[in-house]
Design a protein around this ligand. Structure first.
Ligand SMILES: Cc1cc2nc3c(=O)[nH]c(=O)nc-3n(C[C@H](O)[C@H](O)[C@H](O)COP(=O)(O)OP(=O)(O)OC[C@H]3O[C@@H](n4cnc5c(N)ncnc54)[C@H](O)[C@@H]3O)c2cc1C
Length: 345
């Protein structure tokens, strides 16, 4: 008997060859329940694959089905006191949605323009850039709860958002299997198309006029991202490969006394280090091992230069982590979710 096998290379921006036996594209919300039931609650769900490391080589494909979320649709729900509630299907492209909100003169997402991925994945790691986090404008997340076998509405508070994390990311990082399928996200945006806050970043401020519009902020952010980051089509990657470490005052003081030029930013009562700076200081900017490397343009971006395996990627990441640990006594944490066929499936 011949068995199907699908390569997920075009479904992950790191361009990894990763395989599964069953691939389903979800286009209708009503199909979700049946697909989950047929999978006996064991499946992997992807949006645009821009924040995952798929570890399922051909000799060990995912045994569970892989679902690709393509649930579309944008609706404006209500309009109380200059706030607009916009519900967006999880399978919409994030950047196209941001541009849609700006065209409709809704304020709130302009600093998050240019981030790859789907709308449904935005709450998972609470995407953020240029001083904005998506949790600031999420009203609620509409999801299918696999364990309770029903659709639920999860309020902003219950999403337990934190720096690059949420209740959804914590569950996915423990296992390849998903406990929730995010169906749509509700955003609370401002209909007051004035008084945009200029992001407090010199690189953005320097190219913006005074009192910029939402379009000008989004355009500036996108232009800087293009300059700063390697071209995704030529250099497959997942954006920042490591999370900027957050440390307490005692550790910050210790590091300052040893490394006088170390950049340390204050962050919600704690201190944030630049993972890029730590990696560059260990000599990894532009460094390569086999066909994997940290890009010369940005030390935090790990690139799959050509047909690397997930094993090569994770080995290289371990070298970077070990070097940073040895020099600074800081533990780097990998940002993308590792989905592995060797786990539980
Ligand atoms: C060049 C580049 C730049 C980036 N810049 C940034 C940045 O500035 N800030 C930032 O925060 N991130 C950034 N990222 C990371 C990435 O864009 C975001 O994390 C994005 O939200 C991932 O969306 P996705 O649809 O590709 O998710 P995927 O990679 O497909 O999935 C990520 C995780 O979410 C789960 N998931 C996906 N969809 C669903 C769903 N509908 N229901 C339940 N679980 C789901 C998956 O199982 C997986 O665990 C960048 C990535 C790249 C490649």
């Amino acid at each position: 008997m011949t068995q199907n096998i699908f390569n997920l290379k075009r479904f992950n921006t790191l361009g990894l060859n990763a395989y599964c036996r069953n691939l389903e594209i979800i286009e209708k919300e009503r199909d979700v329940k049946t697909l989950i039931k047929d999978s006996k609650n064991k499946f992997i769900i992807l949006g645009e694959g821009s924040n995952v490391i798929l570890d399922a080589p051909i000799e060990s494909p995912f045994k569970v089905p892989v679902f690709i979320n393509k649930l579309k649709g944008i609706t404006v729900q209500k309009n109380p006191n200059q706030r607009v509630i916009v519900r967006c299907g999880a399978g919409e492209n994030w950047n196209e949605f941001v541009l849609w909100t700006l065209k409709n003169k809704y304020r709130g997402l302009e600093c998050l323009a240019g981030i790859p991925g789907s709308v449904g994945a935005a709450p998972i790691q609470n995407i953020g850039a240029y001083g904005s986090e998506v949790c600031d404008v999420i009203e609620s997340v509409h999801a299918y709860d696999v364990n309770r076998n029903l659709a639920v509405n999860i309020s902003n508070k219950d999403c337990a958002f934190g720096y690059r994390t949420s209740v959804f990311k914590n569950q996915t990082s423990r296992s390849s299997l998903s406990n929730f399928v995010i169906l749509s996200v509700e955003f609370s945006l401002s209909a007051d198309w004035k008084n945009f806050k200029t992001p407090d970043y010199a690189s953005v401020k320097n190219i913006l006029p005074s009192n910029p519009t939402g379009f000008e902020i989004a355009e500036a952010v996108q232009n800087i991202r293009k300059k700063k980051l390697p071209d995704l089509t030529a250099f497959p990657n997942v954006g920042s490969f490591f999370i900027n470490p957050v440390i307490d005052n005692a550790r910050a003081e210790r590091l300052r006394s040893k490394f006088s030029n170390i950049p340390i930013m204050t962050f919600n009562g704690y201190f944030k280090l630049s993972a890029a700076w730590l990696i560059e200081s260990c000599g990894f900017r532009g460094a390569k091992f086999k066909n994997v490397g940290m890009h010369l343009k940005h030390a935090l971006v790990l690139v799959n230069y050509r047909d690397s395996s997930s094993e090569d990627i994770l080995l290289f990441a371990e070298k970077v982590k070990a070097s940073v640990k040895e020099k600074f006594d800081v533990n780097l944490k990998i940002e993308p979710v590792i989905l592995s066929s060797s786990e539980k499936s």
